[in-house]
Design a protein around this ligand. Structure first.
Ligand code: GLA
Length: 376
């Protein structure tokens, strides 16, 4: 569909994201290191003077109408449920809501682990904020979007995706402390290396239930460790040294999950130091270790993501590769010498297809701001 910008009052964007390191630790109070992408969801919007939100898509033939007085009833919509959930939590929070028309133009690939859902929720909420001129901060928008994802969509997610989508900064990684929701922006300077994003394109399902299962396993680990030391408030509080002493108290898989979280938090700390000191080779090694831990201890990779990461790691210009996001499918990120990116991509795509039968996809994306609003 052609977009005629002059038909609309505002253009509101929010970003997809990659996570450089710190995977499956946000809901354990850990620090994460995401970056917002130039792949975005854009909402073109205008008030319509009714009690309805009309949604159209540039990429779908669908058209959905939501009654703003009955927003609880759209949970099972195939398209429009993220927008309905966002409007629902907005209204529940007591903010003003009025009927409007929205055109969605989503450039974040769905199901790729690059947080298309967060980009849709955050941009929808930012559009409602703009249309009603409500003084709500970007951080509050992120928190509301997380609420929509948890309570409306049913994925018991952490705060990383929505925060990165809302509060990202061009050319910066974000060291987000998920316990305090404080963020330090770090210039994403990778020297001679580029960050390459490749989607394994394995159709994935049951992500939500598997994700929620991992969450409850980490909660079980926390309860057991808290019984031994009541000063522990979250798994991220536990150092690797303390964990080594306490781990015999944890049963098999629960111990593995906790071990991943605790050592991944330690890798984030080391990765940030490496980035700040320009030790990009060390950062690459940490990415490899993170993938290994997500595969072996946290069990969220699967054959395809493991194959994609291993193939990437075997290319001579690649210094590190790992899955990014929730896992069970989706993307890897790799650090690759800038002048060898093309060769790396073609080698990785063809070897991956030979090994798995799936066609992986390379996404060209830069690091960008989170929410942007333009009056048209
Ligand atoms: C998903 C969730 C995030 C985070 C990642 C894993 O993207 O939405 O909150 O838990 O998985 O790091």
């Amino acid at each position: 569909m052609q977009i005629k910008e002059t038909d609309w009052e505002y253009k509101v964007c929010a970003s997809g994201r990659v996570n450089i390191i710190g995977e499956h630790v946000d809901y354990c109070g850990g620090k994460v290191l995401p970056a917002a992408l130039t792949l975005k969801n854009t909402v073109y919007c205008r008030p319509n003077g009714t009690n309805e939100i009309n949604i159209e898509w540039t990429t779908l033939p669908e058209r959905v109408t939501l009654d703003i007085n009955f927003l609880g009833q759209y949970k099972s919509l195939k398209f429009g449920n993220y927008q309905a959930g966002s409007a629902y939590v907005w209204r529940e929070a007591g903010y003003p809501l009025q009927g409007c028309d929205m055109l969605m133009d989503c450039k974040v690939p769905f199901g790729s682990g690059l947080s298309s859902s967060a980009a849709i929720e955050v941009s929808t909420l930012a559009a409602l904020r703009t249309l009603t001129n409500t003084p709500v901060s970007d951080v509050q928008i992120a928190l509301l979007a997380q609420k929509a994802e948890r309570e409306y969509v049913g994925m018991n997610c952490g705060i990383m995706d929505q925060y990165a989508s809302a509060c990202g900064r061009k050319d910066h990684a974000m060291l987000l402390d998920c316990k305090t929701i404080q963020c330090e922006y770090i210039p994403l300077e990778l020297g001679n290396y580029a960050l390459v994003i490749i989607d394994c394109r394995k159709p994935h399902n049951l992500v939500e239930s598997k994700y929620n299962e991992r969450r409850s396993e980490t909660e079980q680990a926390l309860y057991i460790l808290q019984a031994l030391d009541s000063s522990i408030s979250c798994l991220a509080d536990v150092s690797p040294e303390t964990f080594r002493k306490m781990s015999p108290a944890l049963p098999g898989k629960i111990r593995d999950r906790a071990e991943h979280v605790i050592y991944e938090c330690d890798r984030v700390r080391k990765a940030v130091l490496a980035m700040k000191e320009g030790r990009i080779l060390d950062l690459g090694t940490l990415l490899n270790e993170s993938h290994e831990s997500l595969s072996r201890l946290y069990e969220v990779t699967g054959h395809e993501l493991d194959a994609l990461a291993a193939i990437a790691q075997s290319h001579p210009a690649c210094i590190g590769s790992r899955m990014t996001g929730a896992g069970f499918g989706g993307c890897t990120i790799s650090l690759v010498q800038k002048d060898a990116v093309q060769d790396f991509v073609s080698y990785t795509l063809s070897s991956y297809t030979a090994e798995t039968g799936y066609e992986a996809k390379f996404y060209e994306a830069g690091v960008s701001d989170g929410i942007t609003v333009q009056k048209l």
